[in-house]
Design a protein around this ligand. Structure first.
Ligand SMILES: Nc1nc2c([nH]c(=O)n2[C@H]2C[C@H](O)[C@@H](COP(=O)(O)OP(=O)(O)OP(=O)(O)O)O2)c(=O)[nH]1
Length: 138
């Protein structure tokens, strides 16, 4: 199981999403993703989310709602992983590409499709966009 953070400016009404560019392994390097990683044995998913975002971005976070996958279990990451995704907001520190990434972008709503997301992230970002658009003030 993999956990990922959709780092946004506002948990209730997101208007900015963080995209992170991977540096490894070679076949994924250069692709943009949600920061996160594998849940360690014996670790709770949310513990892993806090740990991974601290390791990768150097921040502390507040966790909001889960972006539940259509299958109710997690977003498929072929060939063999699943990722659970939560909306998160930074509460301490400023995101920096400390580990696993070489560039971060804070994308305003309307431009979330403008980076080259990893293939598995495309439906996730589409669902995040739908959620964010629905939440904006009329
Ligand atoms: N973190 C993350 N991984 C993703 C995303 N999309 C996607 O296909 N993946 C894949 C890439 C990896 O094969 C796997 C996650 O592994 P990872 O390399 O981030 O995990 P990790 O930080 O724990 O690192 P390691 O144990 O492999 O060294 O999921 C995403 O948005 N975020």
């Amino acid at each position: 199981m993999v956990v990922g953070g959709a780092v946004v400016d506002d948990l209730a009404r997101p208007t900015v999403l963080l995209a992170a560019r991977r540096t490894e392994p070679p076949h994924l390097a250069g692709g943009w993703e949600l920061p996160g990683g594998k849940v360690d044995p014996g670790e709770e998913p949310l513990q892993a989310l806090h740990r991974e975002l601290h390791e990768e971005l150097g921040v502390k976070i507040e966790v909001g709602e889960e972006l539940v996958a259509p299958n109710g279990l997690g977003w498929d990451l072929p060939p063999s992983h699943r990722m659970r995704v939560w909306l998160v907001r930074v509460t301490e520190g400023e995101s920096a590409p400390i580990e696993a990434h070489d560039e971060l972008r804070h994308l305003p709503l309307g431009r979330w499709g403008e980076v080259n997301w990893l293939p598995a992230d495309m439906p996730i970002v589409a669902a995040l966009t739908a959620l964010a658009e629905e939440r904006q003030a009329p």
